[in-house]
Design a protein. Sequence first.
Length: 218
Amino acid sequence: MNLNPDKALVVFSGGQDSTTCMFHALKHYKEVEVVTFNYGQRHALEIEVAKKIADEQGLKHHILDMSLLSQLAPNALTDHTLEIEGGDIPNTFVPARNLLFMSFAAALAYQIEAKHIITGVCETDFSGYPDCRDIFIKSLNVTVNLAMDQNFVIHTPLMWLDKKETWQLADELGQLDYIRNNTLTCYKGIIADGCGECPSCQLRKTGLEAYLAERGTK
Ligand SMILES: [Zn+2]
């Protein structure tokens, strides 16, 4: 089986980062499909938002059921009764979650013959997740290639960008307004600019304000 060098699979949650990655993929590859993992997110709305964005872009959208994760880590992300707290590693952390997601993404990429796998993981803003680090992704790239005897390339266009630079990339792709108005990153499940107060909204807002100030238009 030969992987299609013009085809990319984007790991897609409907949030700012993965939507930026989706537009990045649309710019660089002839064929793009997206995959969303359903793992009992705090807001089922996440899946709906991802579906809507994929539909609007006319992309084939794969939704993989990863609800077994709730058996491994009953924490703030999957147990709706717990509050999100701070700390070195956020208690939304599911051990090896990204390892599992990326392995499933690679297995799907094999099925759809996509050579490229794109993920919005980033060391800059969320250093608490060890399986989002660049060195882990490089290691996993070797592993999935050995596992399937293929030559996948895992791309991480946001790895070294901070939120301001991610907004800049969205703008360069001509999609700043679309991403601002249609994506969901808020822990409280509010689309676009969100609640403005949860850690995710604050990160997003601070980055956006910094970028807009730099660009010179509010
Ligand atoms: Zn929020």
